[in-house]
Design a protein around this ligand. Structure first.
Ligand SMILES: Nc1ncnc2c1ncn2[C@@H]1O[C@H](COP(=O)(O)OP(=O)(O)OP(=O)(O)O)[C@@H](O)[C@H]1O
Ligand SMILES: O=C(O)[C@H](O)CO
Ligand SMILES: [Mg+2]
Length: 416
């Protein structure tokens, strides 16, 4: 198999794996079992449109009102008479608040006979938000931006977000009470911490005010007195009106990748579904495993596919453009320079990696060489967190557009 054929194979495995975790089927199957009548549908997250559409298709006639809030560019047209909003991500904006207020207007009227069907996917933290009284949107945006660049993981980031919000950390379910809420979650959080996915609007909160304060201190983020006051108010730890079902996660996409790669003749193994270290360290480590396979045929014999799932972090210190998958791929490209018969592909299953239009990167032993031949230093790009521009120059960006799902990041290394 030539280098470009191997790249094509990697892309095919990735795309088919993502296809297998589109939420449609899981939403439909779960709803058929639940037999809900007469629901208020609220769908929030990057996969919100697709989840809402699937629900509409099975519940048709049993939905009294439907509202969808998704990221800009992620809705795919009208669904019946649903209200469909697009808003800011990963930082909430005015449209986030406008859409969330609309949801609150509806649920606050409900009584114990009513049911809210809440369809939730990752990205929801930015898309569904009304800050606590006294907390301005501007300050919330600043705190969110600092946290996202600090290298804090999603559990830490969302612990702070929950305590500054009127709808996160179980507070949305509290507002819905006495009505009932049935939540279907597509998880993009490692270990399926459902109180962390989109900051758990309908989950009893496992985090505390004290932890939120400690996290801000740890990452040296200073906040106003109003924010300090808001943080002290504790989130609900018990909720009696909630039922939660998990539809999909990073395990599922990794299992699909393993199956597809095996069918294509690769000795395939999932090495982890909880990759959570610094992206460039992960890239280097994964490259070292691929070289071990290439030169020593262990832990797998060639042809081999190694599969990783997770969510790495990036301490963004430079002023470049990129995302954690692109940064991982660029770092691997540097470590794989000159090695033949290896391809590494790292993607966000939602189709957008960081604030860019790429899903991730696809690199091989030629990628770093191509950059050097152009007079560019890949290490400099990596240090400036400018993986997007490096990969763009080397023709190594992978673009899928919004995929309709979101189960975190998938990394595949092929070695022949
Ligand atoms: N220049 C950069 N290089 C590398 N990573 C970056 C850069 N700028 C931002 N990031 C990373 O991008 C992340 C946000 O990107 P993205 O929207 O892909 O996150 P996400 O996990 O998919 O969002 P969500 O969890 O809300 O669905 C931030 O956590 C930040 O660490
Ligand atoms: O929205 C969020 O908080 C992240 O995607 C994790 O679910
Ligand atoms: Mg995420």
């Amino acid at each position: 198999m030539s280098g470009s054929e191997l790249m094509k194979t990697a892309i095919e495995i990735v795309k088919n794996s993502i296809e297998s975790v589109l939420p449609d089927r899981a939403v439909k199957d779960t709803l058929k079992d639940l037999n809900l009548q007469d629901v208020f549908l609220v769908s929030v997250g990057k996969a919100a449109w697709r989840m809402a559409k699937a629900a509409f298709d099975v519940l048709n006639g049993k939905i009294r009102k439907g509202i969808v809030i998704t990221k800009y560019g992620h809705s795919e047209g009208p669904i019946d008479d649903f209200e469909i909003y697009e808003a800011g991500h990963p930082i909430p904006d005015e449209n986030t608040m406008r859409a969330t207020r609309r949801v609150m207007e509806i649920v606050e009227e409900l009584n114990e006979k009513d049911t809210v069907l809440f369809l939730l996917s990752g990205g929801g933290s930015a898309l569904f938000e009304l800050p606590m009284e006294g907390v301005s949107l501007e300050e919330l945006q600043k705190i969110t931006d600092s946290l996202l660049k600090s290298g804090a993981n999603i559990e830490e980031i969302n612990t702070v977000r929950k305590h500054l919000s009127q709808v996160k950390g179980g507070r949305f379910a509290e507002k819905i009470f006495p009505a009932r809420v049935v939540t279907l979650v597509l998880s993009d959080v490692l270990g399926d911490r459902i109180d962390v996915v989109a900051s758990g609007p309908t989950s009893p909160d496992a985090s505390t005010s004290e932890e939120a304060i400690r996290i801000l201190e740890r990452y040296r983020i200073s906040v106003s007195n109003e924010v300090k006051k808001a943080l002290l108010k504790e989130t609900p730890k018990h909720l009696s009106n909630v039922e939660i079902h998990v539809l999909g996660n990073v395990q599922k996409v990794c299992e699909a990748a393993k199956k597809i790669a095996t069918e294509k003749g690769f000795n395939s193994e999932i090495l982890t579904t909880t990759l959570d270290c610094e992206a460039k360290e992960a890239g280097r480590f994964i490259a070292s495993i691929m070289k071990e396979i290439k030169f020593r045929d262990r832990p797998l014999e060639k042809p081999a596919a190694v599969i990783f799932g997770g969510e790495t972090v990036v301490h963004v210190k430079g002023n470049g453009l990129g995302g954690r998958n692109q940064e991982l791929a660029l770092s691997a490209a540097i470590a794989l320079e000159g090695v033949e018969g290896v391809v590494l592909c790292s993607v966000g299953t939602d189709g957008t990696d960081g604030p860019t239009d790429a899903a991730g990167g696809i690199v091989d032993g030629r990628t770093a060489k191509i950059l050097k031949e152009m007079g560019e230093d890949p290490v400099e790009y990596l240090e400036n967190n400018d993986s997007y521009n490096a990969l763009k120059k080397a023709g190594a960006l992978l673009k899928t557009g919004p995929t309709g799902t979101n189960v975190n990041d998938l990394i595949i290394g092929l070695v022949i």
